[in-house]
Design a protein around this ligand. Structure first.
Ligand code: ZN
Length: 424
């Protein structure tokens, strides 16, 4: 019945594309690898048909300089890595008393109360895809609000190395120096703090890049109406690994889905738009600016966003449906079409570009693998372990099948059905 989905999932170029994207490196925005990868993606898009164009948007660029951490009175350097857009320390660094706040959840900060003021706080990174997860940026904001002088966030996975992520601090915004530390460093700092009044010395240097532009690759393929179904994925990543899970998986699947869907568009379907964003790892800056700058009439033509971010690394797929309840049934029906079970999670998780579509009232979901499965290979994201080796071809093909089924339901839906998806 759905033979076309079998063909779609068998896309011959899927794995070549996936490896080609990883070959650019981690694709950190501002590194040049992101720009090169977007140029490559545009060449891939031009082979599909429709109109492919590069769009440039400004974002708050920033370049990391040296980062050093040590326990005061110890020469031994401890492994650390500045969060993107961290505030810089004074040139000679800063010294302060360490305060271990455990996971650094809201209740941990509340329990510590005024003791946070003036301290270097230590918190723990959490597996990002679970109902209880509190985002690094939220923990950082709590530390800033409560008067900490610096923020350290430890990888909870032994041997997992350093992690990379953004502080979310806007240009000119208040902020404090902030860095990831590896598991062993987190343990050493925690032991020192537990012994009482341990002090640490931290130096972070960063430089604003005032003229930074993010390159986006946008493919538009018209159908028979002005409405568009949007498949999106972010191309940028971090430079510890090759950003294979997060998010070469999503980009490769988005391109393959476009190849499968393009020949099926007609006067009887809506149009398809494929958006490959960058500066996603910078607090979702690229897609935010793209949508904010769009002519409102054109923005209203975007009827559904299927955002692919980390769609490999586990066999289970979940759609984070951003407080759009009608998307639950939509996703379930598409899962039946595809023969791929896709569960749904209703609350908005502002952890990828779908959140910016949702903010404009556009029904938006993030398809993600490994939701609430911290034991899965998805736990390699943001770490040196985020490489091709942890992604299985079968996972990508399953995600591709589910994506095509969802997009096809959208492309062939009546305007009434699309309007109903937007009700909250
Ligand atoms: Zn991502």
């Amino acid at each position: 019945m759905n033979a076309w989905l079998d063909d779609a999932a068998a896309d011959a170029a899927l794995m070549n594309d996936f490896h080609a994207i990883c070959a650019f490196g981690g694709r950190l925005s501002g590194s040049g690898q992101d720009t090169a990868a977007i140029a490559w993606a545009l060449s891939r898009m031009r082979q599909i048909g429709g109109e492919a164009q590069r769009v440039q948007v400004p974002y708050d660029g920033w370049q990391a300089g040296p980062a050093n951490l040590a326990l005061a009175g110890h020469d031994q350097p401890l492994a650390c890595r500045a969060l993107l857009r961290s505030a810089s320390t004074p040139p000679g660094g800063l010294e302060g008393e360490l305060l271990d706040l455990g996971e650094g959840r809201t209740e941990d900060f509340e329990r510590a109360g005024d003791a946070v003021r003036g301290k270097i706080v230590l918190v723990r990174h959490e597996y990002p895809f679970s109902p209880r997860h509190i985002h690094r940026r939220r923990k950082y904001d709590l530390a800033v609000e409560r008067g900490a002088t610096a923020f350290l966030i430890a990888n909870p996975v032994p041997g997992g190395g350093l992690l990379s992520g953004s502080s979310g601090r806007p240009r000119g915004g208040a902020g404090i120096p902030a860095a990831y530390v590896d598991h062993a460093t987190g343990m050493a700092l925690a032991r020192a703090a537990a012994r009482g009044s341990a002090r640490a010395h931290l130096r972070i240097e960063g430089r604003e890049d005032e003229s930074a532009m993010a390159d986006l690759a946008i493919l538009d393929i018209p159908g028979g109406t002005d409405s568009r179904i949007v498949i999106s994925a972010h191309m940028d990543g971090h430079d510890l690994g090759t950003s294979a899970l997060d998010n070469a998986t999503g980009v490769a699947v988005a391109l393959a889905a476009a190849r499968a869907l393009a020949p099926r568009l007609s006067a009887h379907t809506h149009g398809l738009r494929v958006c490959l964003f960058t500066a996603e790892e910078w607090a979702l800056a690229g897609s935010r600016r793209y949508l904010a700058d769009m002519d409102p009439v054109q923005r209203q033509s975007l009827k559904l966003n299927i955002n692919l971010d980390t769609v490999g690394g586990d066999t289970r797929l979940t759609a984070l449906i951003s407080d759009f309840p009608a998307l639950a049934g939509f996703v379930a029906d598409a899962g039946v079409d595809a023969g791929v079970p896709v569960s749904t999670y209703l609350p908005l998780m502002p952890n990828s570009d779908h959140a910016n579509f949702a903010a404009h009232g556009i029904p938006a979901l993030r398809l993600v693998a490994g939701f609430d499965r911290p034991e899965s290979a998805v736990n390699n994201i943001l770490s040196p372990g985020d490489t091709q080796a942890v992604v299985q071809e079968s996972e990508l093909r399953t995600a591709l099948r589910a994506t095509c089924a969802m997009a096809w339901r959208g492309l062939t839906a009546t305007q009434e059905t699309l309007d109903a998806l937007a009700r909250r």
